[in-house]
Ligand binder design. Structure first.
Ligand SMILES: [Cu+2]
Length: 479
């Protein structure tokens, strides 16, 4: 049954689906909702050793049952698919022991964290097969939902597709003082959304066709923490959903089947100024958001995602899929939401350079290159150096007909404008990944502090992993 799009969701998708064509991908009946109880990855608080919070992460091949009785070859982190939810407090001194058991070089990148370049886990921190990498750094974040994933040169797409990703949940005093749901597994749930294609043997080989090379890998099976169509039963009137778009190349337009209003309370880097009411929210690959959902009426409701790829302006969306059914066990009093969440000061004034980044596509797309300022990624080329202690303005212009979610390492930045218009409330907080639509110019303000390294760079890249692996990436040092 086609779901009638609300005006709000139409507005959210405006400009993306103007030239919509028929759906490309249809869900497979075999993967219709299983009705399994929702499972979220295990919460892992690490261990305290000499004043440091230490996490032991073993990255290894696995066999995961996406369907009962069918073992699919995967990569997992302390698990058969994906990794644990790491839990740490802002200000913690961390050590990550990352053991590579996958038999080929890999890296593990801490997405969204402000840290020294040597600890970043980008393509320059390669972990040899059999080796353990143990970066140490301070957790200099606000409370929020961060994540970690493979970032091996030209293998990011393949590694993440296989399951090399996990979530880092950061707490702090500011967030803890607010009347918000935060009890893991009771009223606070983490959802890693991804989609995958399975072959006749139940495997998910990373084989790209021409469309995948152009638009990024998309699948016809929507996964929530590796499950299909789970059911979440809850006992509280208000629940918090921390959602990561962990897909390689798919965008999710999240909404509820009954069109209910829900509230976004956090973006990539932490809490927003106040709860933002909405009936639909788009999450690009790499982005996170936290939502409050009022389920006090006791009615079961389906969380749904309109799914689409980078090429949506040309090809339309690939349809609407069920994500997870929420079943409250009883009617409860209507909850009250806090009026204010966090202090979000105006973006800092610029003290350094304005830099321009032109996103372009050469050739006719299918076999062409994606470039930034006319150049493909070169592992041995530093594109520019930023002076430590400066605040810069980065202006992105997208002349391709595709969506590109651009991610910048080391910083949580602020969005100044989209085509000259100030950002909406849900984009006015801390961000590390920003969607740049076709024909859009987006200005960001970024401060580079604390960590300098004359040699080791940070990355900036499209978070459609097939675009990144194809060279839509650059690197800068902070000096
Ligand atoms: Cu891209």
């Amino acid at each position: 049954m086609a779901y009638p799009m609300t005006m709000t969701r139409r507005a959210a998708l405006a400009g993306l689906t103007a030239l919509a064509a028929p759906a490309l991908i249809r869900p497979r009946a075999a993967f219709a909702g299983t009705g399994q109880a929702f499972i979220q990855p295990r919460l892992n608080e690490g261990r305290i050793e000499g004043g440091r919070r230490v996490f032991d992460l073993t990255v290894a091949p696995g066999l995961h049952e996406f369907r009962p009785g069918i073992a699919t070859e995967t990569i997992g982190i302390n698990a058969t698919f994906l990794g644990p939810i790491l839990s740490a407090r802002a200000g913690d001194a961390l050590r990550m022991n990352v053991a590579n058991h996958i038999g080929e070089p890999m890296t593990l990148h801490w997405h969204g964290l402000h840290l020294p370049a040597a600890a970043d886990g980008g393509p320059h921190q390669e972990i040899a097969p059999g080796a353990v990498w143990s970066p140490e750094f301070d957790l200099m974040q606000k409370a929020g939902t961060f994540w970690f994933h493979g970032h091996q040169h030209e293998k990011t797409g393949a590694h993440v597709w296989a399951g090399m990703a996990g979530v880092l949940r950061v707490t702090d005093d500011e967030e803890a003082a607010l009347p918000l749901p935060r009890t893991y597994g009771e009223d606070d749930f983490t959802l890693v959304l991804q989609d995958r294609r399975f072959d006749a043997d139940g495997q998910m080989p990373y084989t790209m066709n021409m469309h995948d090379r152009m638009a990024g890998m998309q699948g016809d099976v929507l996964l929530v923490n590796g499950q299909t169509g789970p059911v979440l039963e809850v006992d509280t009137p208000l629940i918090r959903l921390r959602i990561l778009n962990g897909a390689n190349g798919t965008f999710y337009g999240l909404h509820f089947a009954d069109n209910r209003t829900f509230h976004q309370i956090a973006s990539d880097g932490g809490l927003l100024a106040e709860p933002v009411p909405m009936q639909g929210a788009i999450l690009s690959p790499g982005e996170r958001a936290e939502f409050l959902v009022d389920v006090s009426d006791g009615a079961a409701v389906m969380l749904r995602a309109e799914t689409f790829g980078a090429e949506v302006a040309m090809m339309g969306t690939s349809g609407t899929r069920d994500v997870m059914e929420i079943r409250p066990r009883g009617v409860r009093p209507t909850p009250t939401l806090p009026d204010r969440l966090a202090e979000i000061p105006p973006p800092p004034d610029a003290t350094g350079e304005d830099r321009r980044f032109d996103l372009a596509m050469t050739g006719m797309g299918m076999m062409g290159d994606f470039t930034i300022n006319g150049r493909r990624f070169d592992h041995s080329r530093i594109d520019f150096a930023v002076p430590l202690g400066t605040t810069e303005t980065w202006i992105w212009t997208n002349t391709t007909p595709m969506l590109h979610p651009m991610h910048i390492h080391d910083v949580q930045f602020r969005i100044l404008s989209r085509n000259g218009i100030p950002p909406s409330a849900q984009e006015a907080g801390l961000k590390d990944t920003v969607l740049i639509r076709p024909q859009e110019t987006v200005a960001l303000r970024l401060s580079f502090s604390d960590y300098a390294d004359p040699v080791l760079p940070y990355m900036y890249h499209c978070h459609i992993l097939e675009h990144e692996d194809a060279g839509m990436m650059g690197q800068f040092t902070v000096v």
